[in-house]
Design a protein around this ligand. Structure first.
Ligand code: G
Ligand code: G
Ligand code: MN
Ligand code: NA
Length: 254
């Protein structure tokens, strides 16, 4: 209850910030970023999402927080669009089940795009498997609406949820995101390696792009590349960075 009151207060005091973690292609180019929320609490310090996102989901605070994250990320896209070095970057925003299934979600996305002037083609939404198995028919309809706006859809934490091949086939996705739990030991655990490779193959069969998250070493990256995964996110490149640091990072890599 204390944390909930603090979060409401922190939200009103504008203590929430978005950090951006680079997504990098096999030729070393930064192609985009995942936007990740942090809460800069005056006494607690930097509070990470696993400490407050579940609470925000339970209490419904995730609705205003999620809308704010979407809007901030879209404003960042507009800033990036004005500089040639960053104009081609995409941004991926995490979306909770409660947000996605809210009746006003699509309209809110449209409002944010209109208000910010962001290019929907540079915006990706990260959805989780759990969110998609709920009422398949209306979920697919909603995804189709988002796709028609031009937004990309990425399936986050892939492999950890209810992955069934039959439902994957019927979802209008653009990307699978290999969960970091399969990447961590990909070089030493044959099962993790097999799963990671299977996800890459599956993405090819389904005509989707694929990104590996939690890539920490050059050897992991080389293994993934040799198995056809050509986009990476993880500490090998950079942790989630404040917007200003992210901009510097992109400049340093040019
Ligand atoms: O940055 P970190 O690895 O601590 O983030 C952990 C998780 O918190 C992410 O994988 C994501 O599921 C969740 N998260 C971070 N930012 C957001 C956000 O803006 N919205 C939602 N719904 N979840 C987020
Ligand atoms: O959206 P998702 O729940 O997948 O959020 C990704 C989380 O993983 C973020 O909280 C981010 O800080 C964390 N993360 C990003 N890269 C790495 C990495 O290379 N290693 C580890 N252990 N965690 C990472
Ligand atoms: Mn994510
Ligand atoms: Na993830």
């Amino acid at each position: 209850a204390k944390l909930e009151a603090d979060l409401r207060q922190g939200w009103q005091n504008k203590e929430l910030v978005l950090h951006y973690q680079p997504q990098v292609s096999s030729d070393g180019q930064v192609v985009g970023a995942e936007a990740l929320m942090r809460w800069q609490h005056p006494e607690r310090g930097m509070v990470m999402p696993h400490e407050f996102v579940p609470l925000a989901e339970e209490t419904g605070l995730i609705l205003p927080l999620g809308r704010w994250a979407l809007q901030s990320a879209c404003m960042q896209l507009v800033v990036w669009s004005k500089h040639p070095e960053t104009a081609r970057l995409s941004v991926a925003v995490n979306v909770s089940a409660r947000q996605f299934h809210h009746p006003d979600f699509v309209q809110e996305v449209l409002d944010v795009l209109k208000y910010t002037g962001a290019d929907p083609k540079r915006l990706k939404l990260e959805l989780t498997e759990g969110l998609l198995v709920e009422d398949m028919e209306s979920t697919v309809a909603r995804m189709v609406e988002l796709k028609q706006i031009g937004i990309g859809l990425s399936l986050d934490d892939f492999g950890t949820g209810y992955s069934s091949l039959s439902y994957l086939k019927s979802l209008p996705l653009d990307q699978l995101k290999i969960d970091q739990s399969f990447i961590r030991d990909v070089l030493v655990d044959a099962n993790d390696a097999a799963i990671a490779c299977a996800i890459v193959s599956l993405s090819k069969i389904l005509g989707l792009s694929v990104i590996a998250e939690g890539v920490e070493t050059e050897a992991q990256r080389a293994f993934l590349l040799s198995h056809g995964c050509k986009t990476y996110q993880g500490f090998l490149y950079a942790p989630p960075l404040p917007a200003e640091r992210f901009r510097e990072y992109v400049h340093e890599r040019l």
